[in-house]
Ligand binder design. Structure first.
Ligand code: BES
Ligand code: MN
Ligand code: ZN
Length: 512
């Protein structure tokens, strides 16, 4: 999506759509809101007539079109909902509704009347970026397997700062341009995350990382089975051994721009992703219903991949190490089994009681390898780890489990800015007790089915040493499937949604 910046009002731009935002009117608002006065005059009173008939009121998700004389150009009015709940997220969602409802309506260039979006204390540039989020993400469709032509949507957004105003200053443009780079990474990641497991094998995913690094300041190392064996990564090898597609651990290093001339980047942050290209459960086989959704069990790793792309394109002054553990969890003659004991990279032994608790087994190697090899200042992992987290928090909020209050606070504030919701949950002494094994250091599954998201986190904490660490359980938020379909944000179409990329980019930008 292209973005340009102009002074004057949206109507002065000549674009085929001029967009105005409207908050929900109260009972006493009988007159057409003042923001629409000019547009009303230009349409010869169509807006005030429709307003009087209550054809539009500014309610959330409402998109109305009014032709300008000649019929070629249109006024677009989007409802933002209640004034009290007005926020950046409301603007982002409005963008999502617009993207869907304007598809095929002949509006390719959309001029945005910015003053109508910057109510209260909202910053103009941030509102513009949020609208761009919604318009871009809401328009996304995974089209790889579709033969029919897509309906045409908006290809350019023109940010008009209102009558009498000058075009946006450089800082405003910089923020919008930054967001466009992040969105490019999100769309790219969605195309990969949506690929089914017959295409997106561990080898394929490693290849994507190598291709991503071409022409970017990223160093990629792919550890294949032979190398993983030499290193003693017994977890990822065990999980992947039932598949004809062998596992891969992929490391991506972004050195980071020096924070000062001649200096070094501010910090080293490791981001780690669970990359199960398909999770059948293995010998502890899952039921058939919706098992196909387990092609999205690589979502954490795809988020890492997308974040690495954005971080490199943004040129942030922070060193970022991306680690992805790719394996396919299938039952077969070579599979790992319940009862097996495997040894992770850091030497700890894991008793496998359920082969379907495979994510933590893969992450045991990824987490311990990255903390030992790169000594990061902090580690953040993303994983579609537990159904229990979906039970606890549903499909709009990811679980945050962490050993660091400072890291958690920073992640929560980045989350508030991007609308990717997190909720912190505790890891207590009880959870540590619960994952102790009779015969090994730790067990991968607990017989009593309580606090499943938290015992999984307690397990992971065994593999990060003293490094400040945060774990994001994105099982409910990574993709829009059968469970959450009708509750998804309007800018998150069905399938893989790239949860975490905007959040991590925000986090890393602020860290820098
Ligand atoms: N990938 C699943 C978790 C999951 C569930 C992701 C629903 C997305 C939606 C994970 O590997 C898994 O199977 N976890 C088990 C753990 C259990 C066996 C301890 C679960 O949650 O049932
Ligand atoms: Mn599983
Ligand atoms: Zn899984």
């Amino acid at each position: 999506m292209d973005a340009s910046f102009e002074g004057g009002g949206a109507l002065d731009t000549g674009a085929d759509g001029a967009l105005y935002a409207l908050v929900l009117a109260g009972e006493k608002d009988v007159k057409l809101p003042a923001v629409l006065a000019l547009a009303d005059r230009e349409t010869g009173g169509l807006l005030s007539a429709a307003w009087a008939r209550k054809e539009f009121t500014g309610k959330k998700g409402e998109v109305s079109l009014f032709p300008l004389p000649g019929g070629a150009r249109r006024i677009v009015v989007v409802g933002l909902g209640k004034a009290e709940s007005f926020s950046l997220e409301a603007v982002r969602r409005a963008g999502g509704y617009l993207a869907k409802q304007l598809k095929g309506k002949g509006i390719v260039h959309l001029a945005v009347e910015l003053p109508s979006f910057t109510r209260g204390k909202l910053d103009g540039a941030e509102a513009a970026a949020a609208l761009l989020d919604g318009l871009t993400l809401g328009a996304y469709e995974f089209r790889r397997y579709k033969a029919d032509k897509p309906a045409e949507g908006i290809s350019q957004v023109i940010f008009a700062r209102g009558k009498g105003a000058k075009a946006a200053p450089a800082s405003f443009r910089a923020l919008v341009d930054r967001e466009r780079k992040v969105l490019d990474a999100v769309l790219w990641a969605r195309d990969i995350g949506n690929l089914p497991a017959d295409v997106a094998t561990p080898e394929f995913m490693a290849q994507q990382a190598l291709e991503l690094a071409k022409g970017r300041p990223l160093k990629v190392t792919v550890l294949d089975e032979a190398r993983l064996r030499e290193l003693g990564c017994g977890g990822i090898l065990a999980v992947g051994q039932g598949s004809h597609h062998p596992p891969r651990m992929v490391l991506m290093e972004y050195a980071g721009k020096p924070a000062t001339r001649g200096g070094r980047p501010k910090a080293t942050v490791a981001i780690v992703g669970k990359g199960i290209t398909f999770d059948s459960g293995g010998i502890s086989l899952k039921p058939a219903l919706n098992m196909g959704e387990m092609k999205f069990d690589k979502s954490g790793a795809v988020a890492v991949l997308g974040t690495m792309r954005a971080v490199a394109d943004l040129g942030l002054p922070v060193r970022v190490i991306g680690v992805m553990g790719f394996a396919e969890n299938l039952p077969g003659g070579g599979s790992y089994r319940p009862g097996d004991v495997v040894r992770a990279f850091n030497g700890k032994t894991i008793e496998v009681l359920n082969t379907d608790a495979e994510g933590r087994v893969v992450l045991s190697d990824a987490l311990s390898y990255v903390t030992k090899t790169y000594s990061p200042d902090e580690v953040v992992d993303l994983a579609t780890l537990t159904g229990a987290c979906v039970v606890a928090l549903g499909v709009d909020t990811a679980g945050l489990m962490s050993t660091s209050d400072a890291l958690s606070t920073r992640l929560l504030s980045a989350s508030a800015a991007t609308g990717e919701r997190l909720w912190r949950m505790p890891i207590t002494e009880t959870h540590h007790e619960m994952v102790k094994s009779d015969i090994a250091d730790v067990k991968n599954s607990v017989e009593i089915p309580v606090a499943g998201a938290l015992t999984a986190a307690a397990f992971l904490s065994q593999f990060v040493g003293d490094t400040p660490w945060a774990h994001l359980d994105i099982a409910g938020t990574a993709y829009v499937g059968k469970t959450g379909g009708s509750f998804a944000a309007p800018y998150t179409p069905p399938g893989y949604g790239a949860f975490g990329i905007r959040l991590l980019c925000q986090y890393l930008s602020r860290r820098a």
